[in-house]
Design a protein around this ligand. Structure first.
Ligand SMILES: Nc1nc2c(ncn2[C@@H]2O[C@H](COP(=O)(O)OP(=O)(O)OP(=O)(O)O)[C@@H](O)[C@H]2O)c(=O)[nH]1
Ligand SMILES: [Mg+2]
Length: 267
């Protein structure tokens, strides 16, 4: 039997916090991102774990996760057959079991020190805590183009109709009460980048307001988001979210169980 490793005892305990990282073709950014995330989570005063959700990456993304050395923070790989960040985060959240869960991007553009604030708020009873680049206390280092800035402005205006009062629905740093996240993820239908809006709107609809917190956010090179390729799809997704939520709000009874969007993932 191999000698037990440092962190084995902690890693064998059920996690109190699980963090989902959607990743597609992230062989460049994922190793650094996971190192940072695991270092941060290992310093938390309770057991934690990571779930990386891959969508048919054609590079070494899955291999990197599979070969990740054992440590204080276990990392699990899930595969999601449906492409898109939304589908991947949904699969990851549905794969969690912890009382507190969250997700962040492979590039770790949001400084992970915000996890302390997020967990503190969750422990004090908040159920949805999200990083917000619109928070007065946030420090944002942005290298986005003028076109992207314009698109983001338009997106915020449309998203504001669906989740009034939330200044930044798109920061890739969101933490939840685990039960709420799993129940809400089961209802999610948006596979692409606009999924955050549906996720937050559904949380609010279930009586859980969104608490925005200040973050330090540094744009990282290597983004897969392209305004030219993704803008049309995102606007379409927002329209579909609006229609879906409106249809549901007109249904008098509690919404019936909706079938899963896709096979959640396979090991
Ligand atoms: N599994 C999976 N992950 C995805 C997919 N699309 C994006 N992601 C992940 O979503 C996260 C955020 O993607 P980015 O490419 O950084 O895009 P962004 O953060 O929305 O945009 P930027 O602000 O330009 O970085 C990263 O971890 C990506 O790997 C996808 O289709 N499948
Ligand atoms: Mg990014």
């Amino acid at each position: 039997m191999p000698p037990s490793q440092p962190g084995d005892e902690r890693a064998s305990r059920p996690p109190l916090l699980e963090v989902v990282v959607p990743a597609r073709n992230e062989e460049q950014r994922l190793p650094g991102g996971l190192l940072e995330l695991c270092a941060k989570l290992a310093r938390m005063p309770f057991p934690t774990a990571v779930i990386v959700v891959d969508n048919n990456s054609t590079d070494r993304t899955a291999e990197i996760v599979k070969n990740w050395p054992r440590g204080a923070v276990p990392i699990r790989l899930l595969r999601c057959a449906i492409p898109g960040k939304g589908a991947a985060v949904r699969a990851g959240l549905l794969g969690t079991t912890a009382p507190f869960v969250g997700f962040c991007d492979a590039d770790m553009a949001t400084d992970l020190d915000a996890i302390d604030a997020a967990c503190g708020l969750l422990l004090s009873g908040e159920r949805v805590v999200i990083g917000s680049r619109g928070h007065a206390g946030s420090h944002v280092e942005n290298r986005h183009s003028k076109i992207r800035e314009l698109g983001a402005f338009g997106f915020r205006a449309l998203a504001g109709v669906l989740v009034p009062g939330v200044s930044d629905t798109q920061c890739g740093f969101k933490f939840f009460d685990g039960v709420l996240a799993r129940e809400t993820a089961a209802l999610l239908r948006t596979p692409g980048f606009a999924f955050d809006v549906e996720l937050l709107a559904r949380c609010v609809g279930r009586g859980s307001p969104v608490r925005e917190i200040a973050v330090r956010w540094h744009d990282k090179p290597g983004s897969s988001f392209s305004p030219a390729r993704h803008t049309f799809g995102i606007v379409l997704e927002l329209g579909r979210i609006w229609l879906r939520l409106r249809a549901q709000s007109r249904t008098p009874a509690r919404p019936a169980w909706e079938p899963p969007l896709d096979p959640v993932g396979y090991p």
